[in-house]
Design a protein around this ligand. Sequence first.
Ligand SMILES: C[S@@+](CC[C@H](N)C(=O)[O-])C[C@H]1O[C@@H](n2cnc3c(N)ncnc32)[C@H](O)[C@@H]1O
Length: 197
Amino acid sequence: MDDPRYSNFWQQRYERGKPGWDKGEPAPPLLGAFAGRQPDYGGKILVPGCGFGHEAMYLVHLGFDVVAVDFASAPIADLRMRAAGLSLLALQCDIFTLPQEYSGYFDLVVEHTCFCAIPLERRGEYAKTMAGVLGDGGQLLGLFWELGEEDGPPFNTSPQDLHDNFDPFFIFDTIEKPDNSFPGRQDEEWLVRMTRR
Ligand SMILES: C[S@@+](CC[C@H](N)C(=O)[O-])C[C@H]1O[C@@H](n2cnc3c(N)ncnc32)[C@H](O)[C@@H]1O
C-alpha cells in the first residue's frame, strides 16, 4: 500500500536500496547538542522512526540506554545486528502503539526526520505520544525540516507547525537554525529543545 501511514510504504523504500534520506551518519546538529559536555539529560532515550539508527548508535556509545523504534523491518534487522551487546533495543513497532511499559519511561526523545514522515493529520497525536512516553521534566530534542514543499513525505515543518502541534504538551526551551546541517538541508532545519508540560 503506497501510504506513509503504513510500514509497507517505508519497507519498500528500504528494499529498493539505500534510501535518499539516509546519510549514513548522525545529523551534525544533533551531535553538537551532545558534544563537548556531559549531557544534562537523564539516561533513557527514545529514538522514534530511527531508520538505520545512526543517532541511536551514537547515543549508546555516549553511555545512554537507548530504545530505537521503527515499524519497517529492514532497518531494524540491520540495526539489531550492529547493536548486538550494546545497551540499545531496536524495536520494530509503530510509534503510535508503543508498549504500555514505556508510558512516562524516557528522559529524552531524540527526533530526526520522523516527524516529517508522519501524515499531517497525525501530527498532534505524534506530539501527544512523545509527551506520553516522557517522565517528569522529560525533554525532546528534535531536528525538524522546513523543506518548503507542499507534498510529502517528507512533510514541511515550520516553527508555526511545531507550535501548533507541540504547544499543548511541551514548553519550548530553544529553537534555532543550525549552521552545520547536511548539504542539501542547510537553512532548512530547526534544532528544537522542548520540555514536557
Ligand atoms: C524519513 S525516514 C528517517 C529515518 C531516520 N530517522 C533517518 O534519519 O535516517 C522515516 C522513518 O520513520 C519510520 N516511521 C514512519 N512512521 C512510523 C511510525 N508510525 N512508527 C514507526 N516508525 C515510523 C519509517 O519507517 C522510516 O524509517
